[in-house]
Design a protein around this ligand. Structure first.
Ligand code: ZN
Length: 264
């Protein structure tokens, strides 16, 4: 085959591949999916694996902004699920577990700089302890657009508890938050990602509307609201590339229907 012919045969193959790809993209669109990112601490001092230093967090938020993502609250997601609200084109939920004080001192100003919202899940028996948020800080965060959810009273894995104890953890943490001026608590985060097959029912009974796990993946309106999946974001070793890879991996898992249950 002459060089010219080989070139054209190659070009036709490439063109066909591109056309097939375009058809695929056009006719098999992914359903709208909502990534929920899982963070914990944001400070410059802790070397913990679950501390994302503020500079790295800013890089990640700037990337999300640049990619056209809009932050929404858990309540926005729940309302949209019932058809009561429209979601933006590329919604994302930022969640912060445990209620560390740096969520007020360091995270909040960064979120305000980017005009973003977030949901903070609180261990109610740690409120006011050293290193944790105080009631005043929580109430102030709430007025500044932060959504408050429960992360139980004592941060014990729910899967190993008897029902009465698990029920206490869910009920008392919610009541305490609401008695202290926090708006109705709808959202819940499982400590250590641990839950049993009965936990969703217990959450429903205690008037929670949704819960986030540590299981990896994205969410659609069809995802069980009590088993929402998250993308864990620990302290990155490879900067923004690692963050992008984590988002990509979640998309891939969702597309391939891979469900990873992670219970630490
Ligand atoms: Zn936790």
């Amino acid at each position: 085959m002459s060089l010219k012919k080989r070139f054209w045969s190659y070009a036709v193959k490439v063109l066909l591949a591109v056309m097939v790809w375009l058809l695929y993209m056009a006719f098999i669109p992914l359903p709208q999916s909502v990534p929920i990112l899982e963070y914990h601490m944001v400070n410059t001092t802790s070397t913990e694996v679950y501390n994302v230093p503020p500079q790295e967090l800013e890089e990640q938020l700037a990337y999300l902004e640049q990619e056209g993502y809009t932050t929404i609250s858990m309540l926005d997601f729940l309302r949209a699920r019932k058809g009561k609200q429209q979601l933006p084109d590329k919604p994302v939920i930022l969640t912060f577990d445990d209620g560390y004080i740096d969520n007020y001192t360091t995270l909040l100003p960064i979120l305000e700089k980017y005009g973003m919202k977030a949901t903070v899940f609180i261990i109610t028996n740690d409120i006011g302890l050293e290193g944790y948020l105080s009631w005043d800080q929580l109430r102030d965060m709430q007025t500044r657009g932060i959504e408050i959810g429960s992360h139980t009273a004592n941060h014990q894995p729910l899967a190993n508890m008897d029902e009465a104890q698990a029920d206490d953890e869910l009920r008392l943490s919610k009541l305490l938050l609401e008695w202290n001026g926090i708006r109705t608590v709808y959202a819940f985060s499982y400590p250590n990602g641990s839950y049993s097959s009965e936990t969703p029912e217990l959450l429903k009974k205690n008037e929670y509307l949704a819960a986030v796990t540590g299981d990896a993946g994205l969410n659609s309106f069809k995802t069980d609201a009590y088993l929402l999946q998250r993308i864990n974001i620990p302290r990155p070793h490879f900067g923004l590339w690692e963050f992008r890879l984590r988002l990509l991996k979640a998309q891939l898992c969702t597309r391939l229907g891979i469900h990873q249950h992670i219970s630490e």
